[in-house]
Design a protein around this ligand. Structure first.
Ligand SMILES: [Zn+2]
Length: 138
């Protein structure tokens, strides 16, 4: 299982704003897949994770660290995702939705395995605010 942050490139968002992290585990950076630490500055901007045309595409809010942080690179589920209620959406190679579920982040590995069966990739979102979290490929 491959976890990819920001599958589509980040683009300039004229509506982006800078916010100061006020509490732990509340400002998830979608580039390094770590939560902002209290006192750090994050950018809140709109982002569309689709890499092809899809009726399901559309921008939504995400945080990234304001400044350089190392892009997450790995096959393990990052802790950031295990701490949250997640919406997991399975798409085919034409970017059409095949299946979706809402799960506890601690169940992500098993749910991803199940949802990837017959699917091309998954998009993971935070279930309540709806922000994009990461893409998972089998
Ligand atoms: Zn970061």
């Amino acid at each position: 299982m491959r976890v990819t942050p920001l599958p589509a490139p980040l683009t300039d968002d004229p509506g982006a704003i800078r916010v100061r992290v006020e509490e732990p585990n509340a400002y998830p950076c979608r580039r390094c897949l770590q939560d902002g630490e209290v006192g750090e500055t994050m950018l809140l901007l709109s982002y569309d994770p689709f890499v092809g045309a899809s009726p399901y595409s559309g921008p939504g809010p995400i945080y990234v660290h304001d400044g350089d942080c190392a892009t997450f690179d790995g096959d393990d589920i990052p802790d950031q995702l295990t701490r949250r209620l997640l919406s997991v959406r399975a798409y085919d190679e034409r970017h059409m939705l095949l299946d979706a579920d809402v799960i506890e982040g601690t169940d992500l590995a098993g749910a991803a395995q199940r949802l990837l069966t017959g699917a091309s990739y998954l998009h993971v979102h935070n279930a309540r605010p709806g922000c994009f979290a990461a893409r998972i490929d089998g």
